[in-house]
Design a protein around this ligand. Structure first.
Ligand code: MLT
Length: 402
């Protein structure tokens, strides 16, 4: 496996999870087969045609060019949930920071140590118990935040259109829709939330969803999801007019200079630290590497971001597996099977799955061959020429038939 691992990723945990001990770390950007990336934006990067998979060592995939990956048969794997505890713990800090401002008070004290008494007065805060929080996005992180807030005696309201009613977390009172939040809140018998925290991934539909509609009554906004989820113009005016009393963000603002926010004295920005713990980086590296190992060597695809799931079954002894990635349209597999039988080889078994959102189908085809049968590479070449086939390759260890 020719792998490229971005700086800062726990590469030993990745290597530990890869079967083949002859992996090649001397790859260049031009010939990598697998790329492990953290937050680096790959959207405007020229990626090599040799790429088989991208491992996003984290959860969000807004830095991955998914359309390009689909067109070029590149599987994307991420590690949702592996950093949910780390982010939850930072939300705990953000709750305290936005209600008590210890970080800002410490900054004031450094500047003026002789003014400790005055600073103490200036920074009188509020307790968390008895307050209300609205959590937007109740996936792995949102659910943990809900549980933590309940333990802190905070009333929890939650919204997530993707969670089915029967799966809703009992730690929260669920809000059906954010369109008319005010009447939803009235129905729930409550006032405007004291805190709003957002925990959803960024996509083409939700950029700027935290906007004026949410900014009222001195609400405190916590954002450990993505900067782009917040409408910055609305936020700045909310902060300037007191409709928002605090903004704690794990990201720098994208459109308006940070200084303008800092002038309101109600904002703290972090350099995207939410997932930056040893534990979550190890979990994420191992989770992604295991998924890529299965896909690369066995054609087994589990929880990919863009490809369908394939059964977790390895090729039976003596069979070699060809993985064909194709557009999900009729007639392609017939041509693939013809190419194999014309070469005089026998298909032992074949498994096909497709994914409607991406229009991609995967097939692993197990063929009865002698261990050194080099017709396989030739056949793969022919399959790759079939109209509608995106990529065909042999799933086998390094230095064997490929
Ligand atoms: C994520 O989406 O999981 C975070 O961006 C993780 C990270 O900081 O790499």
């Amino acid at each position: 496996m020719k792998i490229q691992i971005d700086e800062g990723i726990y590469y030993l945990n990745i290597l530990h999870s890869i079967d083949d001990l002859e992996f090649d770390l001397t790859v260049t950007k031009e010939n990598a087969e697998v790329l492990f990336v953290r937050s680096r934006d790959l959207k405007n990067v020229r990626l090599p045609k040799t790429l088989v998979a991208i491992g996003r060592v984290g959860s969000g995939v807004d830095n991955i060019p998914l359309d390009w990956c689909n067109k070029n048969g590149v599987a994307v794997f991420n590690a949702p949930g592996t950093n949910s505890n780390a982010v939850k713990e930072m939300v705990l800090w953000a709750l305290i920071e936005s209600a008590r401002h210890p970080f800002q008070a410490a900054g004031a004290l450094i500047k003026n140590p002789s003014e400790a008494g005055k600073i103490k007065k200036d920074f009188e805060g509020q307790e968390l118990a008895g307050r209300t929080i609205l959590i937007i996005g109740m996936g792995a992180i949102g659910s943990r935040v809900a549980k933590m807030c309940r333990a802190l005696e905070i009333n929890v309201l939650a919204h997530d259109p993707f969670v089915k009613k029967e799966n809703r977390n009992p730690d929260a009172l669920w809000i059906e829709s954010l369109v008319d939040l005010e009447s939803e809140l009235k129905k729930a018998g409550g006032h405007w939330p004291d805190f709003i925290t957002i925990h959803c991934s960024l996509n083409d539909q939700n950029s700027g969803i935290l906007n004026n509609k949410f900014f009222r009554a001195g609400v405190k906004i916590i954002n450990f999801a993505r900067a782009e989820l917040v409408n910055e113009t609305d936020l700045l005016s909310g902060l300037q007019t007191g409709r928002v009393s605090a903004y704690v963000s794990d990201f720098l603002p994208k459109k308006i200079p940070m200084e303008q926010f800092l002038e309101t004295k109600s904002c703290v920005f972090l350099p995207h630290l939410g997932a930056s713990t040893i534990e979550s980086q190890i979990r994420a590296a191992e989770t992604v590497a295991e998924k890529i190992n299965d896909f690369f060597y066995h054609g087994i695809c589990l929880e990919s971001v863009n490809f369908p799931d394939m059964p977790n079954e390895k090729a039976e002894n003596g069979r070699k597996r060809i993985l064909v990635i194709n557009e999900n349209t009729p007639g392609i597999i017939k041509k693939v099977a013809e190419a194999i039988s014309t070469a005089g080889l026998n298909i032992g078994s074949m498994t096909n799955r497709s994914r409607s959102e991406t229009g991609i189908a995967l097939n692993y085809i197990d063929i009865d061959v002698q261990p050194n049968d080099n017709r396989l590479s030739e056949i793969c070449g022919k399959i790759n020429l079939i109209n509608g086939v995106i990529k065909a390759r042999i799933c086998a260890p390094y230095n064997s038939i490929r």
